[in-house]
Design a protein around this ligand. Structure first.
Ligand code: AHM
Ligand code: MG
Length: 294
C-alpha cells in the first residue's frame, strides 16, 4: 500500500475536525457553529439508527396525525422531528426553528437562545419508508443578525442568505452533505466509529449528465416548456443519445444522485401544484446546483 493511501486510512477527517479547521480561519469565531452542527449530526445519527431498525422495531405505521400540507405523518417523521427539535433547542445556539412537520415556528425560550435559526425537514420522502428506499433530512441555517425578540421574519429570507445548508441521506450508506459557502463536502457515517468521515471533498456536479429525473405521472399537468424539455430528453433531435430516467421519489436521494452523476432533477410547478411541491428544496439548494450545465 502506498504511503498516501495509508495516511488516508489512518488520518480520518471527521466532520467535527473539518468544521473546527474551517472555524480556525475566523479568529473571532467562538465555536457556536461547531456546537450547533454537532447537535444536527446527533439528530442525523439518531434518525439513521431509527431508519435502519424501523422494520424490526415496528416503528413503521401511521401516527394518526396529519401535517400542514395534509400529508399523513408516519411514526418515524414524528420521532425524527422530536429528536431534531430537542437537539437544536438543547444546543443553546438557536432562536427560531421551522420544521416541515410543525404548523408553527418554534421560538426557543430566552435562557436557551443562540444566534442561529434552523429550517429543516427531519425526514423527507416518507412514502419510501415502508419499502426501505432511501429517505433523508434537509436543513438550512440562518444567522440572527439582531438582539431584538426573534420573529418569523428571521427565517422568511431567501436561501442565498443561509450561512450553511445540507442534507443527510439514509441509503445504502448514511451520508451527510454540507456547505458553509465554500464548496460542498460529503461525509459518510462509519457505523463502527459512529463518526461522519470526509469521503467526498469539494463535490462538483459534472458538466454534462445523461440522466433526467422527474415524476412523469404528472405530465398531463405540465406547462408547454416543461413538456417540450422532457420530450427532448427522450427524443433528442440532434443525434445525441436519449437520456436515462431515474426517479426515486425522495428529494434527497434524487438530488444526491444528480450532484454526483450529473443531469437534471426537476419537480416543476403544474396545474395541481402551481407553486411546485418541494417547499424546502427551493429554500435550501440554490437552483444552480440542480440545473444541467450547458
Ligand atoms: P413526502 O415526504 O411526503 O414523501 O414528500 C416529499 C417528497 C420529496 O422527497 C420527493 O422529491 C417528492 O415528494 C416526490 O413527490 P411525488 O410522489 O409527487 O413524485
Ligand atoms: Mg417530510
Amino acid at each position: 500500500m502506498d504511503h498516501a493511501a495509508d495516511a488516508h486510512r489512518t488520518d480520518l477527517m471527521t466532520i467535527t475536525r473539518f468544521v473546527l479547521n474551517e472555524q480556525s480561519k475566523y479568529p473571532e469565531s467562538r465555536g457556536d457553529f461547531t456546537i450547533l452542527l454537532s447537535h444536527i449530526v446527533l439528530g442525523c445519527k439518531f434518525v439513521c439508527s431509527a431508519v435502519n431498525k424501523a422494520g424490526l422495531a415496528k416503528l413503521i405505521g401511521l401516527a394518526g396525525e396529519t401535517n400542514i400540507q395534509g400529508e399523513e405523518q408516519k411514526k418515524l417523521d414524528v420521532l425524527s422531528n422530536d429528536v431534531f427539535v430537542n437537539a437544536l433547542v438543547s444546543s443553546g445556539r438557536t432562536s427560531v426553528l421551522v420544521s416541515e412537520e410543525d404548523e408553527e415556528a418554534t421560538f426557543v425560550e430566552p435562557s436557551k437562545r443562540g444566534k442561529y435559526c434552523v429550517v429543516f425537514d427531519p425526514l423527507d420522502g416518507s412514502s419510501n419508508i415502508d419499502c426501505g428506499v432511501s429517505i433523508g433530512t434537509i436543513f438550512g441555517i440562518y444567522t440572527l443578525d439582531h438582539t431584538d425578540e426573534p420573529t418569523t421574519a428571521d427565517v422568511l429570507k431567501p436561501g442565498n442568505e443561509m450561512v450553511a445548508a445540507g442534507y443527510c441521506m439514509y441509503g445504502s450508506s448514511c451520508m451527510l452533505v454540507l456547505s458553509t459557502g465554500t464548496g460542498v463536502h460529503g461525509f459518510t457515517l462509519d457505523p463502527s466509529l459512529g463518526e461522519f468521515i470526509l469521503t467526498h471533498p469539494d463535490i462538483k456536479i459534472p458538466n454534462k449528465g445523461n440522466i433526467y429525473s422527474v415524476n412523469e405521472g404528472n405530465a398531463q399537468n405540465w406547462d408547454g416548456p416543461t413538456t417540450k424539455y422532457v420530450e427532448k430528453c427522450k427524443f433528442p433531435k440532434d443525434g445525441s443519445p436519449a437520456k436515462s430516467l431515474r426517479y426515486v421519489g425522495s428529494m434527497v436521494a434524487d438530488v444526491h444522485r444528480t450532484l454526483l452523476y450529473g443531469g437534471i432533477f426537476l419537480y416543476p410547478a403544474d396545474k395541481k401544484s402551481p407553486n411546485g411541491k418541494l417547499r424546502v428544496l427551493y429554500e435550501v439548494f440554490p437552483m444552480s446546483f440542480l440545473m444541467e450545465q450547458a
